[in-house]
Design a protein around this ligand. Structure first.
Ligand SMILES: [Zn+2]
Length: 228
């Protein structure tokens, strides 16, 4: 069954879709503390929701084919297939082999970024200040998670990611701009797994730009079994 039943259009014209799934029926619920990584397998047909508990949090995310980590999320193929740079309801998250990893089936935020990339110690230093080098960053969180996960995963598996709830509008001139978030407390995005996937999240610890209002906060992840 599709998780989506209710749709509404905001003043900005975005189509917002709510889910019919109840958190009480979820088989898995976990709060990811601000700044922490999370790694977990999601089976084909399961539904996966990320809830922005406090609003304006950036959730840096990667997906892999659970049976072949070299087949992983491709920002380029995803953008090309849907002909749009923003991710929302209806977006299929496409792998490097051209297969759908996940389909976004509900979205109460309305727009997610896949161009801005993940923060790193090096880019913090270049963008903000040399003293920022040792601050926590998403690339370090990703690396910590895959190293602990094992199964041969390493730095080379950290590729272009999705930034759920992050607002990176592109100007008519093609410039990327990191703007204040458009998400609010309790907004969520929900996906159906189109194959067995490995999900990897860095709940962004960034303190230097407005993507999370300079204040990283926890998010919740939930999983429902197929056929509810
Ligand atoms: Zn980050």
């Amino acid at each position: 069954m599709s998780g989506a039943i209710t749709s509404s259009t905001t003043t900005s014209g975005k189509n917002l879709i709510e889910s019919s799934l109840s958190p009480n029926d979820a088989i898995y619920r976990r709060v990811i503390p601000a700044g922490d990584p999370w790694i977990h397998e999601i089976s084909r047909g399961q539904y996966f929701r990320i809830v922005d508990l406090h609003g304006n949090q950036a959730v840096d995310t990667l997906f892999y084919n659970a049976h072949d980590y070299s087949d992983r999320y491709s920002a380029q193929d995803t953008i090309q297939q849907q002909g749009n740079i923003y991710l929302t309801t209806g977006t299929k998250l496409i792998s490097t082999n051209g297969a759908a990893l996940m389909t976004i089936v509900a979205d109460t935020c309305g727009r997610h970024d896949t161009l801005g990339g993940a923060c790193a110690n090096e880019s913090n230093m270049v963008r903000y200040a040399i003293e920022k080098r040792h601050m926590h960053a998403c690339r370090s969180s990703f690396l910590k998670a895959v190293t602990e996960w094992g199964h041969g995963m390493s730095k080379r598996d950290i590729t272009s990611n999705i930034n759920f709830f992050m607002n990176v509008p592109v100007t008519p001139e093609g410039k990327l701009t990191f703007e204040d978030g458009i998400s609010d407390p309790g907004k969520y995005v929900e996906m159906r797994a189109e194959m067995d996937v490995l999900a990897l999240i860095s709940n962004c610890p960034q303190l230097n730009n407005p993507c999370n209002a300079y204040n990283p906060t926890p998010v919740e992840v939930l999983i429902w079994d197929a056929g509810l």
